[in-house]
Design a protein around this ligand. Structure first.
Ligand SMILES: C[S@@+](CC[C@H](N)C(=O)[O-])C[C@H]1O[C@@H](n2cnc3c(N)ncnc32)[C@H](O)[C@@H]1O
Length: 351
């Protein structure tokens, strides 16, 4: 497609196209007569650029994001994924501003005394600034897209795992697999945060398996290994795509990405997937209680390894005793067992 056709199609100026070209974002091939010829790939990219611009991203950010995603096959899927993530981010930011505005209005309505309106404006300003600074890390907050290719190697490489987080990784997955197989003749399982599909792969001969993950790159790796398993892009926090007809909802090494409120929401949705006699299985990093957590922190600081504590502290390890109270308050039964280091396996079912 030539420049004029592209401009017409997207309702943009040729000047804009030249800017994208000069920035190295979309560089079309040239014909013999030196005219530009935009191929399908260029058009997908252009669509992504326009959307990201509409969502308020600077050209510098856009270039950065698109460079990261500009490799290998699946270019079209990746372009859609990038747009999806941008929209999710936008919804999140708008929600943040909406909450700040609602809180401000309600505080004003509740108060009987003269208020300093400058404070409210500062709060709103702060949430706008917060949104802007968080933008840099929004696409792949925990870096799973970037880790996808090396993930399987990483979890088995002890030299880079000083905390022993993934010690006995394969044994943990086998243990979880056995628990699933032994459960009431289970026929269907959903694995949320399935990553590169290692657990799904262990189960697919025995039952119907669906792997769900928020990272497209993880799913692409999983699909490469297990062509016949169903994998879906999705999130713990998305409404269930099936109701009351799944035997097991399982998650391994993923739940600690969710904060306390998100975990509650995720549990609610996981229960909604289940049949009456179904079960949730969570294998993940946890502390038994706050004392254990504090001991771990002091121990690491005592060894001058505050850096390792930060690895733990930036995620949301479950406090098991607190979690147990929450689960029983829902009328469910919970059992847990310690496997190694920070890794526990929790089983939750209806009473
Ligand atoms: C450490 S990996 C574990 C992968 C796999 N379960 C395993 O045991 O090998 C964590 C996975 O959880 C996914 N994840 C993190 N937060 C998620 C969320 N909110 N919804 C869905 N997946 C999530 C990540 O993308 C990543 O693939």
């Amino acid at each position: 497609m030539n420049t004029n056709e592209v401009c017409k199609m997207f309702n943009i100026t040729s000047k804009a196209l030249i800017v994208y070209e000069n920035q190295g974002i979309i560089v079309p091939k040239r014909e013999k007569n030196n005219y530009r010829n935009y191929n399908e790939d260029d058009l997908f990219k252009l669509r992504t650029v326009i959307l990201l611009k509409q969502l308020g991203f600077s050209l510098k950010d856009i270039k950065n994001l698109m460079d990261k995603n500009n490799y290998g096959n699946n270019q079209f899927t990746r372009s859609l994924y990038l747009q999806l993530k941008a929209i999710e981010r936008n919804i999140f930011e708008l929600d943040n501003i909406k909450n700040t505005l609602m809180t401000s209005i309600n505080k004003i309505l509740e108060s009987n005394v003269e208020l300093n309106y400058g404070d409210f404006l500062n709060n709103i300003d702060m949430s706008l600034k917060e949104n802007k600074t968080n933008r840099e890390q929004w696409v792949d907050m925990w870096g799973f897209d970037n880790k996808a290719i090396k993930f399987d190697k990483m979890v088995r490489d002890k030299s880079n795992d000083e905390l022993g987080l993934f010690e006995k990784y394969d044994e943990v997955l086998s243990k979880v697999r056995n628990k699933i197989i032994e459960h009431n003749n289970a026929k269907s399982v959903i694995d949320i945060g399935c990553g590169t599909g290692n657990l799904c792969g262990e189960l697919c001969c025995e039952m119907d398996v669906v792997g769900v993950d928020q990272s497209l790159e993880m799913i692409l790796q999983a699909k490469k290994k297990y062509k016949n398993i169903k994998f879906k892009l999705g999130n713990f926090l998305d409404e269930p795509f099936r109701l009351n007809d799944v035997d097991i909802v399982v998650t391994t090494y993923a739940f600690h990405s969710l904060n306390e409120n998100e975990k509650k929401k995720a549990i609610k949705y996981m229960l909604e997937y289940l049949k009456d006699d179904g079960k949730i299985i969570i294998a993940d990093f946890m502390f038994l209680n706050d004392i254990e957590r504090e001991n771990c922190k002091n121990n690491l600081y005592g060894k001058d390894r505050g850096d390792l504590w930060e690895v733990i502290n930036c995620k949301y390890y479950i406090n098991l005793e607190k979690f147990e109270k929450y689960i029983t308050s829902l009328g469910c039964k919970i059992e847990y067992e310690h496997v190694i280091n920070f890794t526990w396996i929790v089983e939750i079912k209806f009473h």
